[in-house]
Design a protein around this ligand. Sequence first.
Ligand SMILES: NC(=O)C1=CN([C@@H]2O[C@H](COP(=O)(O)OP(=O)(O)OC[C@H]3O[C@@H](n4cnc5c(N)ncnc54)[C@H](OP(=O)(O)O)[C@@H]3O)[C@@H](O)[C@H]2O)C=CC1
Ligand SMILES: Nc1nc2c(ncn2[C@@H]2O[C@H](COP(=O)(O)O)[C@@H](O)[C@H]2O)c(=O)[nH]1
Length: 330
Amino acid sequence: MSNYFSMEAFDYDDIQLVPNKGIIKSRRDADTSVMFGNRAFKIPVVPANMASVIDEKLAVWLARNGYYYVMHRFEPEKRIPFIKMMHDKGVFASISVGIKDSEYHFIDQLAKEDLHPEYITIDVAHGYSVFVIKMIHYIKDKLPDSFLTVGNVATPEAVRELENEGADATKVGVGPGKACITKLKTGFGTGGWQLAALRMCSKVARKPLIADGGIRHNGDIAKSVRFGANMVMIGSMLAGHEESPGNVIKIDGKTYKQYWGSASEVQKGAYRNVEGKQMLVPYRGSIKDTLQEMQEDLQSAISYAGGRDLNAIKLVDYVIVKNTIMDGDY
Ligand SMILES: NC(=O)C1=CN([C@@H]2O[C@H](COP(=O)(O)OP(=O)(O)OC[C@H]3O[C@@H](n4cnc5c(N)ncnc54)[C@H](OP(=O)(O)O)[C@@H]3O)[C@@H](O)[C@H]2O)C=CC1
Ligand SMILES: Nc1nc2c(ncn2[C@@H]2O[C@H](COP(=O)(O)O)[C@@H](O)[C@H]2O)c(=O)[nH]1
């Protein structure tokens, strides 16, 4: 049993990374690429697998342009045509599955049709569960070549056990999301200490970790990498774009887009076990520009870290400055 009482609790806004001597002439020389599975991607950022963040069209664009993506699972009948469409276009297929009985039939169908998505993510609220482990075994038996990410979890125990049961990567973050009300409705999760939870998990992880939820500034991506993330999943900051699925809403001359939680009433179509809400996020133009800016900011971060690639960020010192640093910045 871990002793979480003695744990240092901190979150993104409580931390600053400490600069090292720079060794590159230009930030353009900093390499932000990352391996995930057996593919290299431009940046360690993946849009959240939520129906308000990604759709088929955006998935094609991301895959074609060197970004990792995970398609959501909320239109289950579209997943097989989606995999076929991605493979016809010559790009990788990355899908999500749940753990209900019907999902076992879906995995059977993939195996029967000889359809092998390159990436599968088991996507449930409470990933440290015997029923998730059962699904890991099933997928690994039927589709052993798919790279399997499993989430979401909050603790090192969960990461270690899911890895031992066959997960190729784990996803950390229960309750830190912008559209999340898990912490309010259940009292559980990593809300307010997501970065510390990531740090604890990274101490035991032997396989890649995805930090999921709570990213509010581009610098939080570098902080996630510092504390052990191989990939960073982002919802609200990537939901307000031209390409994002939500409707455009205009209020008092300002433009917004809808962003809703996967466990919200909007997504579920019923008010049952609701742990998410719908909200508006500012409209931000094209996602291409936002991803480009994230890459440039990461290049700067690598330069401050005194290196040439993301590995440099993993080694930097940090200081816990507790919340006051953001005063006046918003
Ligand atoms: N990262 C996060 O903090 C969170 C993310 N989400 C997202 O919302 C979506 C819906 O998630 P989820 O509700 O798991 O999806 P589903 O309802 O599709 O699947 C969860 C399955 O696990 C069972 N279950 C048992 N205990 C729990 C529990 N504590 N929470 C949830 N399910 C439980 C459910 O049964 P039954 O419904 O009968 O209980 C159901 O069969 C996912 O995309 C998930 O990632 C949701 C909440 C938190
Ligand atoms: N508790 C809930 N968490 C949710 C819900 N829908 C999605 N999520 C999680 O949030 C992140 C995105 O977080 P953000 O801070 O970047 O906006 C996403 O990847 C899920 O893990 C929900 O309804 N409830």
